[in-house]
Design a binder for this molecule. Structure first.
Ligand code: SAH
Length: 213
């Protein structure tokens, strides 16, 4: 697949749609204008790539809806150089947005097929996280903690404690919590022991897969 002026036009339109839905962060909108989303999904869906919709990727998973990606990215206020842990690499689209925001990204994927596919694909587009990890997001990444930001892109049945404990003071965890639908929940670490919690509305994600023993 190629990236053409037509794709660029569709991306600009998508950015306008996201802006109309309340995305105001210009860095996030510019990332949407730049990243060739049609290359992240199966070619049979290519003509839909710039609609504000989720689509199937490999292994029964989905690439998140652009609005959701933009909302999570904007909410986390990602700054240049922030150390960010992403749970659920999936297609890598959210990873690419974080990299466009100049974060230092560690991305964990629980399904080997997706881990392999995306860790080969993203660098070909020039998107290079610090590390792709094949592993269990419920555990976070203790050896690289603490993080400025942690973003979870699958529906979590509960808030995994390790993710809270791997935040810097002042750091933020953004996680959709719930079974069928999820409440987007933001935790801000105020001190080693105190967290502020904000609930930011309903979203629908594929479920975060079981903890592995
Ligand atoms: N941000 C991705 C979202 C993909 S869907 C995108 O837009 O493409 C959620 C992803 O989380 C899937 O790839 C799924 O395999 C992964 N996932 C589910 N449970 C997980 C877990 N426990 N640890 C790490 N990744 C997990």
């Amino acid at each position: 697949m190629r990236d053409t002026a037509k794709h660029q036009g569709l991306r600009n339109q998508l950015a306008n749609v996201l802006q109309a839905k309340g995305i105001t962060d210009n860095n996030v909108l510019n990332a949407v204008r730049k990243i060739p989303r049609h290359l992240f999904i199966d070619s049979s869906f290519e003509s839909h790539a710039y609609q504000d919709k989720a689509f199937p990727i490999a292994a029964d998973q989905t690439i998140s809806q652009p609005y959701t990606v933009a909302f999570q990215s904007q909410t986390l206020k990602v700054n240049r150089g922030d150390k960010v842990l992403e749970i659920g690499t999936g297609s890598g689209y959210q990873t690419a947005v974080l990299l466009e925001l100049k974060a230092e990204v560690y991305s964990i994927e629980r399904q080997h097929e997706l881990f392999k596919k995306t860790s080969l694909f993203l660098p070909k587009l020039g998107y290079k996280p610090k590390k792709f990890i094949f592993g269990d997001g419920y555990k976070g990444l203790p050896e690289k903690a603490p993080f400025d930001k942690i973003i979870v892109t699958a529906g979590a049945p509960f808030v995994p404690k390790p993710l809270l404990s791997q935040l810097k003071v002042g750091g933020m965890l953004l996680i959709p919590v719930g079974d069928k639908t999820q409440i987007m929940t933001l935790f801000i670490r105020k001190s080693p022991k105190e967290f502020e919690k904000h609930e930011l509305g309903d979203f629908a994600f594929v479920p975060m897969l079981e903890e592995r023993n």
